[in-house]
Design a protein. Sequence first.
Length: 300
Amino acid sequence: MDRFDTLQLFTRIVELSSFSRAADLLNMPRATATHAIKELEARLGTRLLERTTRHVRPTLDGQAFYERCLHVLSDLDDAEAALRHVAANPRGVLRVDMSGTHAKRIVLPRIQQFHERYPDIDLVISSGDRLVDLVREGVDCVIRGGRPGDSTLVARKLAAMPQVIVASPDYLARHGTPRHPDELGTHQAVRFFASNGGRDYPLELIIDGQLRTFDVGGWLSINDAENYAHGALLGCGLVQLPRFHVAEDLAAGRLVEVLPDWISPDLPVSALYPYRRQLSPRVRVFIDWVAGVYAACFGG
């Protein structure tokens, strides 16, 4: 039993004049209560309670200790109440990084809801597709698509976004429309690469229940999601990206879905924050809120 629990037990015994009733009130065995008070008296080097067959009452030292305990417990209650208030009404600056597409199309259209709920949080949103150094750059959390690869970060999955392979009508008129995944090798793709100089991302399809990758050639490589989609609109090649990103272009005929009979794997999107850092209330409430936003858009 920790010291806080022991102090609570001691004050209840004094107030109820009974080990048994205090133990019952705190939902613990009588033997545990007796042992805890014996340890407390041994640690303090003094007898706190006089025990008779009918009553328990404090000694002079016990009465003085009881009065000090009331002050300590009262101060702890006040401190906890203050922290609960902070947790319920977080304040301060919150720095979040996400891709421009997610900011523009998912988060910012609903950000007024977050502000109305947490008016004392000042949001600073930066946009990019590179995985920033959160600690060095003072960023509290990031939102990223793809499979998290940094084991030093805690990842909370927000959604799984359906993907499609698309191209412009102009590109398909010049190069033909692939009818089977095996024909992808004769086509051009706008290549997407990681900002940190990492790998290209190939096209992926689920075929006979198995994930297959296709390294499609291309003369244009881009590391920004908005420009990646724009490359397809300009007729530079095939692209694979979340359907929500190009839904309007598909509906307007500016882009055409390619190989619709084969399923593209969903793209996970996650909120990431530093590992082993105490999650501040403002970060926690933002992640909880943005998880609800993505669940509403893509399903939980």
